[in-house]
Design a protein around this ligand. Structure first.
Ligand code: ZN
Ligand code: FE
Length: 259
């Protein structure tokens, strides 16, 4: 059996730990200390580190980590990834060492130019590790790419199976949902999700992973084809939100200034 567990780092980062009780693969090790503690506690051997992008809160722990547990470090070839041994550009299917499980690599530029997402199919689930591209109820800021690029990347993720579980890089869900509700106040599924996520957070539980189906139903950035979302983006920005990419760009700019 394969288990996927969150290791919390900093204030709201998730390091994801995929393990079979013996070998482990870690995703986005911003800080080595909490991960090392968890590996010790579960008596796991780290075989690989997957990096989605170069930001320090996702790769800052790599160097320390590999001095303690030598593991292959996978990451975008065109970004500066500490201790990377296996450069990737998207489109590859790699065999995860230790777990001996295939992992699909998807290029999802926008937040950064080399941003990657990793997809695995365990006997239990299809899991997507998408870093800061798709968040629960939101999406990453566009730091290096363009809105069109980010929209294309989200479209790639939207085409995955509905039951895919979305393991993103941050616990940003409640604040994302606050924005989503302003965009789409009449979305009943969204209102129900806010209550469910609030209950989880009140109990100090993570709101991640969600499923792609939930995101399609409540994440405004995946709902730019919905007339109410287009109307809201247009009303706020004054821009012609007649196509999905235009609406996405207006929505992303709106969220950037939303408090
Ligand atoms: Zn980032
Ligand atoms: Fe981040």
């Amino acid at each position: 059996m394969i288990e996927i567990i969150p290791v919390c780092a900093f204030t709201d980062n998730f390091i994801w730990l995929v393990h079979d009780g013996h070998y482990a693969v870690a995703v986005d090790v911003g800080d080595a200390a909490p991960l090392l503690e968890q590996l010790d506690a579960l008596n796991l051997t780290l075989s690989a580190v997957l990096c989605t992008h170069h930001h320090a809160d996702h790769v800052g722990g790599n160097a320390t980590l590999i001095t303690r547990c030598p593991a292959s470090v996978y990451g975008p070839e065109n970004e500066k990834i500490p201790a990377r041994t296996m450069p990737l550009c998207g489109g590859e299917t790699l065999m995860l060492p230790g777990l001996q499980m295939p992992c699909r690599v998807l290029a999802v530029p926008g937040h950064t130019l080399g941003h990657l997402a990793y997809m695995i199919e365990t006997p239990e689930e299809t899991a997507l590790f998408c870093g800061d591209t798709l968040f629960a109820a939101g999406c990453g800021r566009i730091f290096e790419g363009t809105a069109t690029m980010m929209w294309q990347s989200l479209s790639v993720l939207m085409a995955l199976p509905e039951a895919t579980r979305i393991y993103c890089g941050h616990e940003y869900t409640l604040s994302n949902l606050r924005f989503a509700r302003v965009v789409e106040p009449d979305n009943a599924v969204l209102v129900a999700r806010i209550a469910a996520v609030q209950a989880l957070r009140d109990a100090d539980k993570p709101s991640v992973p969600s499923t792609l189906a939930e995101e399609r139903a409540t994440n405004p950035f995946l709902r730019v084809d919905v007339p109410a979302v287009r109307a809201a983006a247009h009303a706020y920005s004054g821009l012609p939100c007649t196509t999905a990419p235009e609406t996405f760009a207006a929505l992303r700019a709106w969220k950037d200034s939303f408090r």
